[in-house]
Write a protein that binds this ligand. Structure first.
Ligand SMILES: Cc1cc2nc3c(=O)[nH]c(=O)nc-3n(C[C@H](O)[C@H](O)[C@H](O)COP(=O)(O)OP(=O)(O)OC[C@H]3O[C@@H](n4cnc5c(N)ncnc54)[C@H](O)[C@@H]3O)c2cc1C
Length: 322
């Protein structure tokens, strides 16, 4: 049994930092989150937030973390305050035969032939369908923050560190959940910003499943509690401004696929997926002053999908250093 009175400072209040915060605080550790931005202002706030491994390495570890996360999220879907539901995801290809990954087969994925069954979706050549957790970020990020505070955690926002060593020495363990911010915070040149733009439109009555197509142009339509999210883009760029032509393209392609009139745009959001070329960094190290730092960043397009599995491993690493 490790030390239950550890004091933990978490840098970052996106999905990774908030999830780690919940796990530490609910174990009885003293935990505080320090972040420049929280929730909706982070990359996490721009995500489609479907459970689905995408744009993230290394594959073998990603699947293990993803499956661990999935079972926590399926349980959370029973809590109507969490903003988590289990939805049908339809993953399509416009170009050829979509190979169903092994992990999806093990979860009961079923092939679908769009030309035979889907009407307007017949532009797709192949696809599969799978039940997956979906997090409505407008609810789920606040739910995590509230759950963290209810367990005694504190959130300090508007705090920007130039270096990770600057974190208050009153905390004996530091958790680095800075997402793309880790490039500067720990000078990680392996991180690459994979920019994503999404468009929020009013609820669409005919849309009951999440529809995703990874072929170029990347396209997804995700029905949420109070609205619908259309996407998307994935390009190497750190431009956080929404681009009007991209919005028009996203709305046009989604409307074409769903065979509906172009809906009104409620808002646009942009986030930088923290893609790390050598894979997610989840490891412990030592700061110059001897304190333990555990890095948990670089989740690319899968931060929600890996969140609980990675948080559990962060706690294990902290236990081993205690
Ligand atoms: C368009 C789009 C769609 C996506 N869809 C999905 C999806 O369907 N499913 C999925 O699993 N993932 C998806 N993702 C990916 C997912 O959003 C990210 O992997 C995830 O948000 C990363 O979370 P994070 O908490 O690690 O980082 P972030 O959300 O970026 O949070 C980083 C935190 O660190 C803070 N910070 C950074 N630097 C500093 C510093 N120097 N000092 C203090 N604070 C600092 C920030 O203020 C912020 O609070 C999508 C991403 C985008 C952009």
């Amino acid at each position: 049994m490790g030390d239950r009175t550890r004091s933990v400072a978490i840098v970052g209040a996106g999905v990774s930092g908030l999830t780690c915060g919940v796990v530490f605080a609910e174990r009885g550790d003293r935990a505080a989150i320090f972040a420049e931005h929280v929730g909706q202002q982070t990359t996490s706030g721009a995500a489609a937030a479907l459970w689905f491994p995408y744009d993230c390495e290394p594959r073998e570890k990603v699947v293990v973390w993803a499956l661990a996360t999935r079972s926590v999220l399926v349980d959370l879907a029973r809590d109507c305050t969490a903003g988590v539901s289990v939805v049908e995801l339809r993953q399509y290809s416009r170009t050829g035969e979509l190979v169903v990954p092994d992990w999806a087969n093990s979860l009961g994925a079923v092939s679908v032939i769009p030309s035979e069954v889907e009407g307007p979706l017949k532009i797709f050549k192949s696809g599969f369908s799978l039940s997956v957790p979906l997090m409505d970020t407008t609810i789920y990020l606040d739910y995590l923050a509230d759950r963290f505070r209810a367990a005694g955690g504190e959130i300090h926002t508007g705090v920007r560190f130039e270096k990770i060593d600057e974190v208050d020495r009153a905390f004996d363990t530091v958790i680095n959940c800075a997402g793309i911010g880790a490039r500067e915070l720990v000078q990680d040149v392996d991180l690459e910003p994979h920019r994503g733009q999404v468009v929020i439109v009013p609820k669409i009555d005919i849309l009951h499943s999440a529809v995703v197509c990874d072929d170029d142009p990347l396209m997804y339509a995700v029905p949420r509690t109070n609205d619908c999210l259309f996407g998307g883009t994935n390009e190497i760029s750190e431009d956080l401004a929404a681009d009007a032509a991209t919005t028009a393209r996203i709305v046009g392609e989604s409307a074409r696929v769903l065979n509906i009139d172009r809906p009104r745009v409620l808002r646009e959001q942009v986030g930088l997926r923290p893609f790390r070329k050598s894979g997610v960094r989840l490891e412990s190290a030592q700061l110059a002053d001897g304190r333990t730092v555990i890095h948990n960043y670089g989740h690319g397009g899968s931060g929600f999908t890996l969140s609980w599995g990675c948080a559990a491993e962060v706690v294990d690493l902290a236990e081993r250093r205690a």
